[in-house]
Design a protein around this ligand. Structure first.
Ligand SMILES: NC(=O)c1ccc[n+]([C@@H]2O[C@H](COP(=O)([O-])OP(=O)(O)OC[C@H]3O[C@@H](n4cnc5c(N)ncnc54)[C@H](OP(=O)(O)O)[C@@H]3O)[C@@H](O)[C@H]2O)c1
Length: 327
């Protein structure tokens, strides 16, 4: 099979090459999926420089999520069968013609009417947004939700889910053209961090109160300012650090405002907590998808051979929703 291979971690996607690799052999509890599409996530970029918490052994096939059709099932596999169209997560291995996944992992049927590209773009954003807003922050209707990195994959899913849960959603980003799409995806207000004063805009929109919940995949100055844009007793979700690295949090701001700082590790929590979380993902996410909630917006599509260009879209901050590799 053709697959993208990484055999050197120097941080630049140009090291990636397409090579002929053996089709994975499946065990009794596994499925073999012919991948239709896979999508790019920021952790794929971080893994290339060994900056992500999970460090795969070299050489590895990148790609954390995709969708395709089951072509073989192990002897002990239920309920999936050959021909099923499934959304899968893998750690990593999605940028290939075939992928092996455990049937006991978090798999989901492709919603009716969705393309492989849309399906391949759903899982990471949806799981991260759901775990953040529902499990961690318990977001309530009419609360004010401030979403950073809203033109990216997990940020846009948080905008869509927050709106569905009845929150007033204020979304931030750094480009008016991409923020216009965020607005179409459900944000009530958008703030361009390059041209607007985020703290005063949020305060102005909330009669001086600030946001009740902050979803932050960006970190750095954005997280620091978010404390000033937060309401008393707000919940701050620390989701990621696309701005470059971990951020020092001022404990006096946490105290004065009675803030709750909530770390988000969507995949790891499901692995540690087990069935309850998996059950939520298995029951709630398909329902939301069927209702069209968190249906991904795709801004760029590339063939497997152009995987480096696909990753550069994220690095260059050009993404609007998701970047897909069609296989
Ligand atoms: N905690 C979890 O469980 C979990 C799960 C999945 C992902 N994540 C994390 O969430 C973050 C976002 O992932 P993603 O896949 O949504 O990424 P993405 O699609 O590339 O979106 C990231 C957004 O961050 C903004 N950004 C601000 N400064 C940036 C910079 N210096 N470089 C690149 N982007 C920058 C960009 O918006 P503007 O250009 O408009 O500012 C961009 O839209 C990553 O840190 C990832 O590791 C966490």
């Amino acid at each position: 099979m053709r697959a993208v291979v990484c055999d050197r971690l120097d941080g630049d996607p140009s090291v990636l090459r397409v090579a002929e690799m053996p089709v994975p052999e499946i065990g009794d509890g596994d499925l073999l999926i012919k991948v239709g599409a896979a999508s790019v996530n920021f952790p794929d970029v971080l893994m290339l420089s060994a900056s992500y918490q999970h460090k795969p052994e070299l050489p590895y096939i990148p790609g954390m999520e995709g969708a395709g059709t089951v072509v073989a099932v192990g002897a002990a596999v239920t309920p999936w069968k050959v021909g099923d169209r499934l959304i899968f997560g893998v750690k990593p291995g999605a940028f290939a013609e075939y992928v092996k996944v455990p049937a006991a992992g978090h798999l989901m049927r492709v919603p009716d009417g969705w393309s492989d590209a849309e399906a391949a773009s759903f899982r990471v954003g949806a799981v991260t947004a759901f775990h953040s807003l529902v499990h961690r922050a318990a977001l309530k209707a009419r609360e004010v939700l401030l979403v950073h990195g809203a033109s990216g994959g997990v940020g846009m899913a948080a905008v869509q889910l927050g709106k569905h849960l009845g929150a007033r959603v204020i979304a931030t980003g750094s480009d008016d053209r991409r923020l216009a799409v965020v607005r179409e995806q459900g944000a009530d207000f958008v703030v361009n961090l390059r041209t607007d004063d985020m703290v005063s805009v949020v305060k102005g929109l909330t009669d001086g109160r600030g946001a009740d919940v902050v979803f932050d995949p960006v970190g750095g100055e954005v997280l620091e300012k978010s404390m000033r844009a937060s309401a008393y007793g707000a919940r701050l979700l620390v989701v990621g650090f696309t701005s470059g690295g971990p951020t020092k949090i001022m404990s006096n701001h946490v105290l004065i405002k009675g803030l709750s700082i909530l770390g988000v590790r969507a995949g790891e929590t499901a692995r540690r907590e087990g069935t309850g979380y998996f059950r939520d993902y298995a029951t709630e996410l398909p329902k939301l998808a069927a209702q069209g909630v968190m249906r991904p917006h795709i801004s760029h599509r590339f063939p497997l051979e152009r995987v480096a260009d696909a990753m550069r879209v994220l690095i260059d901050r050009q993404v609007i929703g998701k970047v897909v590799i069609e296989i």
